[in-house]
Ligand binder design. Sequence first.
Ligand code: 13P
Length: 287
Amino acid sequence: MLVSAREMLTKARDGKYAVGQFNINNLEWTKAVLLTAEELKSPVILGVSEGAGKYMGGYKTVVGMVNGLLEELNITVPVALHLDHGSYEGAKKCILAGFSSVMFDGSHYPIAENVQKTTELVNACNILGLSLEAEVGSIGGEEDGVVGLGECADPNECKMIADLGVTMLAAGIGNIHGKYPENWPGLSFETLAAVKEKVGDMPLVLHGGTGIPADMIKKAISLGVAKINVNTECQLAFAEATRQYIEAGKDQQGKGFDPRKLLAPGFEAIKATVKEKMELFGSVGKA
Ligand code: 13P
């Protein structure tokens, strides 16, 4: 059964480790993440972007697929199904579709509007026992080929949003989605410490987990980060494993283009990536 992310993140914060959020794109991805979590006895969060939700056939399809896998694969570790960077409308749809956790990314709204919309969603999530992630300070990333450096959140604005009763808070600390550019100055631990000072016990979320050096990840966890999002690294691993398989000409042997054979190397590559991250984040054995 899907669970809210509240309890797993409270435990992670207290135990000084982080729960990984791995974004899913299809059945193979979802199975790879769930089976790895079960093997390693780690709690896990499945992230679904609005685009991935649409790709997989809609939020209800995703909920059906994940619930089916939890039951048929006998997954016993805590699993949250979480909307990643949701719009206000997207968050409401996922709440109705059966997600156990949602992120409302209101970071691009003026703070007053971010507060108002977040408040409405806090109320809905509280009634239904779902967890809610809010964002302050936008996380940079590549848009139209230009990589924007991540913003640093205003700690006072973080406190305003945290005080609304959200479960976890994503504060921009110079992190970005996708690959980090050569001139990336690194995470702003100054900002992270200032945010932590203002928001107290609120579990913090680090987006853009791909490509952040291990020592920075560990330091971020020591300063209150309890959830780390990873997407691009699984995509790269999947693409590279599939490319190698095709280039080796293996897809033309035996059963030819059997999709189950074609997708198998990518599936294994995602499992390996998720394992490596769970070990780095310290969540192994914490289920
Ligand atoms: P990466 O794609 O950089 O791993 O970031 C994932 C993320 O933060 C999803 O919200």
